[in-house]
Design a protein around this ligand. Structure first.
Ligand code: FE2
Ligand code: FE2
Length: 203
């Protein structure tokens, strides 16, 4: 069931709302948006797998992220179906400028746990922004079935965002995690401001 209050929710603390011009260009580029989105889901699954194989001794990571790998992969499969329904194919992946810029904002070095927390917060940030974009797609895409799919994803990615943020708080004190989270939110807003508004990309 659709939660109509979702209109004002699901912005998850982000500092900068998406430029309103994005949806105007995105809805005219559904093929590119779907291809780009498919890769976002693939990368979300890959990123969780990478955390599991890099931190296998941490039960909290393995237990929380294993089901997310399956969910992200099912999202990937569903985006592929949406492409096929429309007679499109996957095509090659484009350079992910947004994620690359976010990665360069992460702190290098530090302890193994600090590195883990940086990565968890990066994932939380990407989930939060994806969730905000799905909300925009849900509200604006005229194709009813596709709009409903985006609604479902918005709810699912909001859950992942919470999981990543809560996981981070299990490894470092909450005040430290939240301070770093606020810094990253500001950096993410700065990064988005420098990026061109493109309708062929999710971010
Ligand atoms: Fe997903
Ligand atoms: Fe997700």
């Amino acid at each position: 069931m659709i939660d109509m209050e979702a209109k004002d929710k699901f912005t998850l603390g982000l500092e900068l709302p998406t430029d309103p011009r994005w949806i105007n260009v995105a809805e005219k580029n559904i093929e590119d948006i779907l291809v780009d989105h498919a890769y976002c889901e693939q990368k979300a699954a890959s990123s969780c797998i990478s955390l599991i194989v890099n931190y296998p001794e941490m039960d909290a990571i393995v237990d929380a992220l294993t089901p997310i790998v399956a969910e992200e992969w099912s999202h990937f499969e569903r985006v592929l179906e949406e492409l096929k329904k429309r007679g499109y194919t996957l095509k090659r992946q484009r350079k992910d400028e947004y994620v690359e810029k976010l990665q360069s904002a992460l702190k290098k070095g530090g302890s193994r746990v600090q590195q883990l927390v940086e990565r968890l917060l990066l994932n939380a940030l990407i989930e939060a922004r994806s969730c905000e974009r799905f909300k925009i797609l849900w509200k604006n895409i005229p194709d009813q079935a596709l709009s409903l799919f985006y609604y479902e994803l918005m709810v699912s990615e909001a859950g992942h965002y919470k999981t990543f943020l809560n996981l981070a708080k299990r490894f470092l004190p909450e005040e430290d995690v939240m301070e770093r989270w606020r810094e990253l939110l500001e950096q993410e807003a700065e990064i988005l401001k420098t990026m061109e508004v493109r309708g062929d990309r999710m971010h």
